[in-house]
Design a protein. Sequence first.
Length: 273
Amino acid sequence: MKLTNERPLVLIGAGKMGGAMLAGWMKQGMAPEHVVVVDPNPPSDTLETITAHSIPWHKSVPEGVVAGVLLMAIKPQMMEEVLPTLTDVADEGSIILSVAAGTTIKRFKDTFGAAQPVVRVIPNTPSQVGRGVTAGYASVEVQDEQKALMSSLLETIGAFYWVDAEEQIDLATAVSGSGPAYVFHLVEAMSEAGQRLGLNAELAEALARGTVAGSGELLHQSPENADVLRRNVTSPGGTTAAALSVLMGDDALTNLMSEAVAKAAHRATELAD
């Protein structure tokens, strides 16, 4: 299965996630004419991508367009309003590809029919720079050729993994989908800690940001597990060991992160209900 001008990828919602995926695809060489963007008010960075690549953009779906892939990248709270307007945009030859947390496959089948192929995925915003992490689950109607297309689309913007059950999508949402925000907040917390010690704000931010970005790249390139890399930094009785006695003492950070991720997973389930 291939995207074509007659059967394009129709992107419904070009906000943070939809825009990040779109930018990633363009950087990886997707043909702009195989995409139709539908958003009444896309953000400025997405408009830059649209303009730079001459991607067809509309405030509503143009008449007569039938999607090869109908990518739903709107907020879950908007689904009830938007889905009924899209019944002519997809048929059984289309794949519904949803990045909306909490919106189940059943919800799409209720709109488009029981035989509709649906794939739920949870990408994250590093997709914009080709370093995303995405988990996906396919309904039983999705054929091997269609799954291969989904894999190829999502692997162009980072790592992609199929999960075995739809319920695991909520778990992936909590870990990797929301995960970039956890990392960005770590930078904020490290910067604030540096400022409290007496560093000026600009330097503290630069040190924290560079450390997290560089550590992520080292983790990406190294064959070693994270615990090995951590031990490589930690000299017995040194400064790093002193800091880790706080973060790792009584599993402090592990317990805090477990609570946070569980909250995110619970919220994803609430959205589905």
